[in-house]
Structures are given as structure tokens and as C-alpha cells.
Ligand binder design. Structure first.
Ligand code: GLU
Length: 509
């Protein structure tokens, strides 16, 4: 689809904590959409709620996007023609727009104290009702619609605290369009007079700042989570009140990420319960709590975004493996589902395995070298890469490569008991000794040639290949299972192979 105006989208998180993977998916879809249409992707930090501000959250968001390969064209770090991109640094912009709405009769001053409003709320609750600041109640409350003009003036001048509330039109159908959900109609009788601006901290609320900034930053499409759908009528009415309806962005509300079992939004508690992260990077909360991250759990960023991309979108084909450019080429909002997408931990791991296997042995060797060193294995990239080549297909995470190569690098200090019980009978040991003699007659071990020779000999001797190989593997690796034992023996060399066999014969009782 081609658009008349330049495609400009934004990811507009509030720095209230770690970025949930649902938020990363929102950023990803915005990014893919922008790049698919040759447009711009902006990162705007919506930090006007000083009560919910969490130190470190903004830096976390930037680092997480960078790890994913989602690079803003404009934003808090990049700057750009609409800087600043942090709402707390744009505060003087918003008051002007709030007052403009009061002047045009679309908003009003309200002086009600927090205490009087909570008393009203409690009173209503007592009657089994819900208090709503709206067309029915506003006339009885303390605001510029109910008080005389001089009184309003006086209160403002003497420094009373006030807020500006949107004057929700009475009983009007608001007609809205959503790219994913189609046409939606909501009657304003179900909506309240939302606060747009607060004199107490001289800051706008989310609704005002968001609409003003999307307008000023020339945003063409708002792609965000489904939880913002209830705000859409207010946003439509705000655009109208400002006289910006003609240039208002198109909207797309993304489906929720659901719990693995289905119903309900995927939460951190689900992650804790089932042992998977819900955050891209490890998060150290100000209270000291540490939450796991995909990066630290050994996920490759490619696998992470590949997995996320398919939670709510599908390419319309069987293809599952996509890199970022592939996603940009294939992505469209038309193929984003209305229904929530169920998170699947096994599938996430599957994606990681696929991407891990696609990496070069040298790349993986560089990755695990420090992990090997931490286990006391001092080796080179070349040696590690050669060991990785043998075990790679069995690994999902880099840490698996460490576990799988450990037995190769280090002669066994103990032997798996079950395997000993199964494969270390007197007859097994006798056959292993004969195999040792055969190997000792070679000058070196070659993965293929030696295996062929040994197999030939086993057949000629009428022995069981499976049984002898298990005993051989147990002696060399300490365990009964694993990848090709001949590839491993070629890697450790003839001398080491013989010495491990001798040690096993000496040690295992
Ligand atoms: N600041 C809002 C959030 O935290 C942005 C919502 C929107 O994209 O309009 O998600």
C-alpha cells in the first residue's frame, strides 16, 4: 500500500520500568512498517507522569532497542528536527495547547481537590455506583463551567491548584477507523472528562502530550498496543477540538501477547512461574530485584526478534525464519491479527536453536571463549571452533556449547553411573581393550577413515557396534551418549584417546 504522506511512526514508551517484550514487539512493528515504506521511526520518551518515573528505565529502553537492531531515525539519543524527544523537556509547549482548548470551549478549569474527589468516589461506591466526572456531574463540581467567571479568575490568581479537563461532548457517536480492527463507534455518554493538564507539576497528562506531539512530529500512523484502544475516542475528539482532524494519523491497535495457556496478558509472573524472561535484557529494579532477560539467557537478537515478529503477525506463507531485512520486505499491517497471540517458550527456544546453528563456528567460538575460560579451559578460537563444529547441532544456547564441549576438552573425572552399569561389563572391557590395540597401531585418528576401519573390524569380529561404541564413548567422555565419538577422538588426538581409555580401565570398577 502506498501512502500520500511520508510514513512517520513513533514508539512512545513511558519510562516506568523494564520494557516488556510486548513493548518490544510494538517497537518492532513500528520499525518494520516505517522501513517497509521508506519512512521514519521515532523514539519519543513519554515521561510526564513524574509519580511513575523509574530511574534507569529510559537507558534500558534505548539499550534494548539497540540490542534488537531497532535503530531510531529520530529520538532522544539521535536528536532530529523535532527535538527534544523527551516530553519532560517539552513542557512549555503543552500549556499553550491546553489553554487553547479552554478558549475554544473544548476544555475547562477544574479546582476540585483530590480529597473531595475521593470522598465523592467513596460516596458513590457506597450506593453501588461509580463516580464519573462528566456532563451529568460537572455542573455540581468546582470548575469554570459551574463557577462565576470572577471566582475562577480569583482562584487562579491567588495560586489555587487547578487542572484542565476535556469537556466530553454529550451523547455523541464517535466514528473511528482502525487498520487492524476496522470501523468502531463509541458513544461519548460512556466517557468521562479526562484531565489534560495539571498546574501542580506544570505537566500535561499522557493524552494531551501524546496528541500534541504526534501532531507536531508529523506522525502518519500510530501503531500501539490494544490497551490504548479505549483512549481512541478521546484522541479523535482532541484532534477535532484542535482543528487537526484532516492531518490526524491513522491508527492500528496491536493484539495482546497472551499467557502460554491462553487467556490473559502475558505477565512477569508467568515468566517467573515457567522460567522464561518477559524482558529483552536483564533488569535491575531500583528496589534491588533482578529480572532475567533474553540477552542474558543466551538468546541471539536475531532469534528474539524473529520469534516476536510472528506473535501477532504472519507472512501468509509457511516461512518462519526471517532476518530483519526479510521482515521489512514481508511485513504489512494487513497481516497483523486482531486476536491475541499466545506466547510459546518452546518455540522461542526453537528459533534460538535455528539461529545458533546458522552462525559460523568461529563466531560461536568467540562467544563462548570467556565461558570456557571461566571453567578453566584455556583454548584458542580455532580449537573452540573445531570442537563446536562437532556438537553444534545439539545446542540451543551458547551455554549448551560450553556443556557439550567441556567433556571433549577435559578428560572425565568421573563416569556416569547408569552408563557404567549398562556398558562396563567384563566382556565390554575386554572388547574395549582390543579396540585400544587396534587404535594404538594407527599413526593418527581421522574421523572418517578410522571409523570405517573400526567398523570393518567390528563386523569381522562379529561384535555389536552399538554396544562397543557406548563403552568407547563412556571411556573417552565419561557419558554414554553424544555426537560422533570418532570426530571427538580426531579432535583430542590419538595419544589423548589412548590415555583416556587407559584411565577408564584403571578407574572404573
Ligand atoms: N506512553 C504510552 C505508553 O507507555 C504510549 C501509548 C501510545 O503509543 O500512544 O505505552
Amino acid at each position: 500500500m502506498a501512502f500520500e504522506r511520508r510514513v512517520r511512526v513513533r514508539f512512545a514508551p513511558s519510562p516506568t520500568g523494564a520494557l516488556h517484550i510486548g513493548g518490544v514487539r510494538t517497537a518492532l512493528y513500528n520499525y518494520l512498517f516505517a522501513k517497509a515504506h521508506g519512512g521514519d521511526f521515532l523514539l519519543r520518551i513519554e515521561d510526564t507522569d513524574s509519580q511513575r518515573f523509574v530511574p534507569g528505565a529510559e537507558a534500558y529502553i534505548s539499550e534494548a532497542l539497540a540490542w534488537c537492531g531497532i535503530v531510531p531515525d529520530e529520538g532522544v539519543e539521535q536528536g532530529g528536527p523535532h527535538a527534544p524527544y523527551r516530553q519532560s523537556e517539552r513542557r512549555e509547549i503543552y500549556v499553550k495547547y491546553a489553554l487553547q482548548l479552554v478558549e475554544s470551549g473544548n476544555a475547562y478549569y477544574a479546582f476540585d481537590s483530590a480529597e473531595s474527589l475521593s470522598a465523592l468516589r467513596a460516596e458513590c461506591e457506597g450506593r453501588g455506583e461509580t463516580f464519573c466526572y462528566d456532563a451529568r456531574t460537572r455542573v455540581k463540581l468546582e470548575n469554570s463551567l459551574s463557577l462565576p467567571a470572577e471566582e475562577v479568575q480569583k482562584r487562579i490568581e491567588r495560586g489555587d491548584q487547578w487542572v484542565i479537563r476535556f469537556k466530553m461532548p454529550e451523547c455523541e457517536d464517535v466514528h473511528m477507523d482502525d487498520i487492524i480492527r476496522g470501523h468502531i463507534v463509541i458513544n461519548t455518554s460512556t466517557l468521562d472528562d479526562k484531565v489534560l493538564y495539571k498546574s501542580a507539576d506544570a505537566l500535561p497528562t499522557y493524552h494531551l502530550a501524546n496528541i500534541v506531539d504526534d501532531h507536531l512530529m508529523e506522525i502518519s500512523h500510530v501503531i500501539r498496543g490494544e490497551e490504548w484502544l479505549p483512549s481512541l475516542p478521546l484522541h479523535y475528539l482532541l484532534y477535532r477540538a484542535f482543528g487537526w482532524s484532516d492531518s490526524q494519523p491513522l491508527f492500528a491497535h496491536l493484539p495482546l501477547l497472551l499467557k502460554p495457556q491462553g487467556q490473559g496478558k502475558l505477565s512477569k509472573r508467568d515468566g517467573d512461574k515457567f522460567g522464561f524472561p518477559v524482558f529483552p535484557l536483564e533488569w535491575h529494579a531500583p528496589d534491588g530485584e533482578v529480572s532475567m532477560g533474553y540477552r542474558e539467557q543466551g538468546y541471539l537478537p536475531e532469534a528474539f526478534i524473529n520469534m516476536l515478529s510472528l506473535l501477532g503477525w504472519n507472512p501468509g506463507t509457511e516461512q518462519e525464519i526471517f532476518d530483519m531485512q526479510g521482515l521489512i520486505n514481508a511485513f504489512s499491517l494487513e497481516r497483523v491479527s486482531k486476536n491475541g497471540a499466545r506466547f510459546n517458550h518452546e518455540k522461542a527456544k526453537w528459533f534460538n536453536a535455528q539461529w545458533l546453528h546458522s552462525k559460523s563456528d568461529a563466531f560461536l567460538a568467540e562467544t563462548i571463549l570467556p565461558l570456557l575460560a571461566a571453567k578453566g579451559i584455556d583454548t584458542t578460537v580455532e580449537r573452540a571452533a573445531a570442537a563446536i563444529e562437532i556438537v553444534k547441532e545439539r545446542a540451543t544456547f551458547p551455554a549448551d556449547l560450553v556443556d557439550l564441549t567441556y567433556n571433549i576438552f577435559v578428560a572425565p573425572a568421573s563416569y556416569d553411573e547408569k552408563s557404567v552399569a549398562k556398558s562396563w561389563k567384563a566382556e565390554d572391557v575386554e572388547n574395549l581393550k582390543r579396540l585400544r590395540e587396534l587404535l594404538a597401531g594407527e599413526t593418527e585418528i581421522d574421523a572418517e577413515a578410522t571409523e570405517a576401519k573400526v567398523r570393518e573390524w567390528i563386523i569381522a569380529e562379529g561384535l555389536s557396534i552399538g554396544k562397543l561404541m557406548n563403552t568407547f564413548r563412556l571411556a573417552v567422555l565419561g557419558v554414554g551418549q553424544g555426537p560422533s565419538i570418532f570426530a571427538i577422538c580426531a579432535f583430542i588426538g590419538l595419544e589423548e584417546t589412548l590415555s583416556r581409555i587407559d584411565a577408564a580401565i584403571r578407574t572404573i570398577k
